[in-house]
Unconditional design. Structure first.
Length: 515
């Protein structure tokens, strides 16, 4: 399987939490203007291309009140922050009241200056677009109730978690809370109706406004707008209230095309699940979450991971690989240390975009919901931080940046040895002969295998394999690697990431050494 060109590196930051911690150090409320040039320079030095600031937009008191009064939510918050107070609960950043930078963060002008400083370091800014719903106190709830999915008194009585009553310009009405079809409604939101023509036009106008404030959007739960999902979730309740014919065509192709008319380089990233990633890519998304790879890595299923990586090359190029985000457990808590490192090498040394979450690089273990602005203090895991430093150095290097990627088949080291199935082996190679070899035993037991490498331009002579994550150096005969293959004998969750270069001299290798 071949693929080329490195995808971008994306770094996600919870805006409210980040600025709150910065404000504590300053002794006052912090805005985007207080993010230092040194911090921005550090992001660029680490190799990131994009900074995704989660939760930039204006939220309101209605969402905050829901978060503070919801007993189930409060228990979740207290698990993350045992000394929780009401002041710590700022509400969901995805219950958007208005698509303008929050006044607490300095407002639109401060965001504009921050974006300019990012650009000066070669960084792009990604913000959120929450298409499925609005906050309860969004002005449309009162002024444009026809934009929302509406119900009846019977709906409210039958499913009080999914519906609410509100005073609008057209009198008292029952509206739906935003939700996906598998869970109860989100009580701090109101569900938009994409079968209504005027709502679609209004949301495209919002996207055009957002495109003037950043370089790309991460679209929250993007698959919920697909006509088949709308039908599954809402059925006939999603008929337009104004009596015009319902629209059942996909929203995303029209919206993305409209934005690209004025901002052709604007990037769309979809949060996507339920195997609908390819569908959204075909509708115009530049990138989609790769939750399947994430799940298979958590299942410790090497065969499923390898099978996933044989997918269509274009699909892989548009996939976003990650080990954690604001919705998922911290990787350092979900994986044992050796599994964490192995999973990271597999996830990030394949084609596509690479997505890292603030705190992941330091080994944070406690997941703090984005409703809460304060996170507990945690020590830096020095070993894991050092590992990520080396991994990011590899990812920003020319081999991965401009090389051609290949997934290799592994063969049994001897008959009846099935541990070869635990191995995941990939190579990167540039046209000028720079080579990288990553080998991972993604399994709970020691394993052995052979893998044929067939490096172009290195069919004969001696090759040096120098590991980026240890002091290991091996010399191997190139012709043997092409014919018999490289013999691997590695412990459970073992990994190597080798720079492969031609040897100018013979290095004495102990025959007992094993790659």
């Amino acid at each position: 399987m071949l693929n080329s060109s490195r995808g971008p590196l994306l770094y996600q930051i919870n805006t409210r939490g980040f600025l709150f911690e910065l404000g504590r150090s300053l002794g006052r409320r912090a805005t985007f203007d207080d993010i230092s040039d040194a911090a921005i320079a550090r992001w660029a030095e680490l190799g990131f291309d994009w900074i995704w600031m989660l939760g930039v937009w204006q939220t309101g008191p209605a969402g905050r009140a829901v978060s503070r009064s919801n007993a189930v939510r409060r228990q979740e918050f207290k698990q993350a922050l045992p000394d929780l107070t009401d002041d710590d609960i700022s509400g969901s950043p995805l219950a958007v009241q208005r698509y303008a930078a929050h006044v607490d963060f300095g407002g639109p002008e401060s965001l504009t200056r921050f974006r300019s400083r990012l650009r000066n370091r070669g960084l792009k800014l990604m913000l959120d677009f929450v298409p499925n719903h609005t906050a309860l106190d969004h002005r449309w709830v009162v002024e444009r109730p026809e934009y929302y999915v509406q119900g009846t008194d019977a709906d409210l009585a039958d499913q009080p978690d999914n519906w609410f009553r509100v005073n609008t310009c057209r009198g008292r009405q029952v509206m739906a809370h935003g939700r996906d079809p598998n869970y109860p409604g989100w009580p701090d939101t109101a569900q938009l109706n994409y079968r209504a023509r005027e709502l679609r036009r209004a949301m495209i106008d919002i996207l055009l406004t957002i495109a003037g404030q950043c370089d790309g959007v991460r679209c929250d739960m993007a698959m919920l707008l697909l006509p088949e999902i709308m039908q599954r979730t809402w059925g006939e309740r999603a008929k337009p209230a104004e009596g015009s014919p319902p629209i059942d065509a996909p929203f995303w192709p029209d919206a993305i095309t409209a934005v690209h008319r004025t901002s052709p380089d604007f990037v769309f990233l979809a949060e996507a699940y339920w195997d609908l990633e390819w569908t959204l890519q075909q509708q115009g998304f530049d990138y989609t979450y790769d939750k399947r790879l994430y799940d298979r890595l958590h299942e410790r299923n090497a065969a499923a991971v390898r099978g996933h990586l044989t997918a269509n090359a274009d699909f892989q190029r548009k996939s976003v690989r990650f080990l954690e985000n604001h919705d998922e457990p911290r990787a350092a808590a979900a994986f044992q240390p050796e599994v964490h490192r192995a999973a990271a090498v597999v996830a990030y040394l394949v084609p596509g975009a690479r997505f890292f979450h603030d705190g992941q690089l330091q080994g944070r273990r406690l997941h703090t919901p984005p409703h809460v602005r304060r996170r507990p203090d945690e020590p830096v895991d020095a070993g894991l931080a050092g590992f990520y430093e080396r991994l990011l150095e590899t990812l920003r290097g020319p081999v991965v940046h401009a090389g051609q990627w290949r997934l290799h088949e592994c063969q049994p080291a001897w008959s009846e040895n099935s541990t070869f199935a635990q191995f995941i082996v990939v190579t990167w190679q540039t046209g000028d002969g720079q080579r990288l070899l990553a080998v991972v035993n993604y399994g709970p037991a020691a394993g052995q295998c052979y893998v044929r490498l067939e490096f172009a331009g290195a069919e004969t002579g001696r090759l040096l394999l120098r590991d980026r994550f240890s002091d290991a150096v091996y010399e191997r005969d190139a012709a043997e690697l092409n014919s018999c293959g490289l013999y691997l004998d590695m412990p459970a969750w073992g990994l190597h990431v080798f720079d492969v270069t031609s040897s100018g001299c013979i290095v004495r290798i102990d025959p007992r050494e094993r790659a």
